[in-house]
Each structure stands twice: as C-alpha cells, then as structure tokens.
Design a protein around this ligand. Sequence first.
Ligand code: ZN
Ligand code: ZN
Length: 264
Amino acid sequence: MRFVSFSSGSCGNCSLLLGLHSGIMIDAGVSIRRIKKELESLHLGYADISAILVTHDHGDHIRSLGSFCKRLAVPVWTTQVLNDALLRHPFTRDWIGPCKQNLTPGVWNPVTEDFDVQYFVVPHDATQCVGYAIRSGEELFVLMTDMGHTTPEALQWASLATTVVVESNYDMDMLLGGDYPQELKNRISHGIGHLSNDACAEAIAAFLHPGLKNLFLCHLSGNNNTPELAYASARAALMAAGVDPGTINLRVLKRGIASPLLVL
Ligand SMILES: [Zn+2]
Ligand SMILES: [Zn+2]
C-alpha cells in the first residue's frame, strides 16, 4: 500500500491510497489541474484513481469533486446521507448523479479491486462527517479528520490500524490567544469543530498498539498551529506511552504541499 497527501487543511484536502491494481482518492478539495501535475510528477495519472471517497460536504473537501466527476466519471463512494447532500450542493449537484455510490454501514464495502472500506461517523458541523477504515491484505489504513472529539468507534478502528491519519488541528494556547472572533474560537473548540493537539495526543495514547507502523497528523490550522507543535505533541504522547518514537513513522501532512509517495 502506498499513500500520498496532496494537501491537508482548510486550504484543501486530497490524498491518494494506492494498491497493486487500483487507487482510492480521499476527498477532492484541490483543483483537478494541480492533481494532474502532482500525479505526473509521481509517474502516475488519472487512470490510477479508481474511486473517490468523501468524508463530508465542506468546501475544503469537495471543492473540485464536480470536476473530478465530470472528467474521470469514477465512482464516488460515501454515505447515503452525504450523497443526498452532494446532490443538492452547488459544487457537486450537476455532476455527482451518475458517480454516486452509497456505502453500506457496518460491512466491508468492496470499493476497488484492492480495497474494502467501512465508515464511522465522527462529530463535526457538516451534514455528516465520516472517518474511514480501508483494508487491503494485512494492512488497515484509518483516516479520521474534521472531528470535534474522538468517539469510542473511531478509537476502536484506530487501535486495529497499521496506519492512522488523525487530525491535529490547533494548539489551544494559539487559538485562545489568537485574533479569531470568539464565535469562531467556539466553533472550532466546542466539540463539533476540530481536534486540538492535546486531544490528538490523548487519542494517540488511547489507540496506540504494537501493530501501528505509520502515524500521520493532518488538517493542521494555518493560524493556530505549527507543524513543530503538532509533531512535538504527538511525539510526547508516544514517549509517555513508553514507545520509542523511532519505531513509528510519525509525520505531519502539510497544508498545500504534497508529501512524498509513502510506502506504508
Ligand atoms: Zn476540513
Ligand atoms: Zn469540515
């Protein structure tokens, strides 16, 4: 299994998980032109996108979904609730119809030749927001982002995963001391917004298990966090749990910048 994050955060979210024969793009918050260039730089192309998964209906996750549907006509998998919302959303309503596929809850959905997918709902101020558990052979990739707080189900999935991508959105001191209006500070921090570095560290302590190989921090705020703070917080959580941080591939996924193609 290989993974590349093209961008992560409110500036746009889009990543690609590659198996031997197929690939799944997760969210489409980056322009299709940029994705084409990024794919070419990795000697990949549109043909490597076999399906698209959508986490929720916020612009930073679906801004370009209509373009991908129009250009690639690949299946777009998400929950029925989110597909219904995408049928009404101005970014997607003209193009989603022929592409949309509903995931069945509670079972492994065979989304591509290589990947089976289950979803779990996470708390966030969208129509609905879901995390994903994606299975291929012995590997289990779990992504949970835009999550006001963790849930037992999300932690349970992460505790089985070989790779976890988890939100580490903001540093509480930077958020409280920053110049966001109080209403926006509340929106971010009051349970249905985003996960702080501290809450992410607590989550790591809860889901950490010997089979975890890769831990990627995503959706960092540009105003209320730094990659260094998020990384240090997660590293401290690993060390506090008695894990040698050198044994887990800990990485921050950058805003607006592609990661290398990572072998998981
Ligand atoms: Zn987002
Ligand atoms: Zn969101």
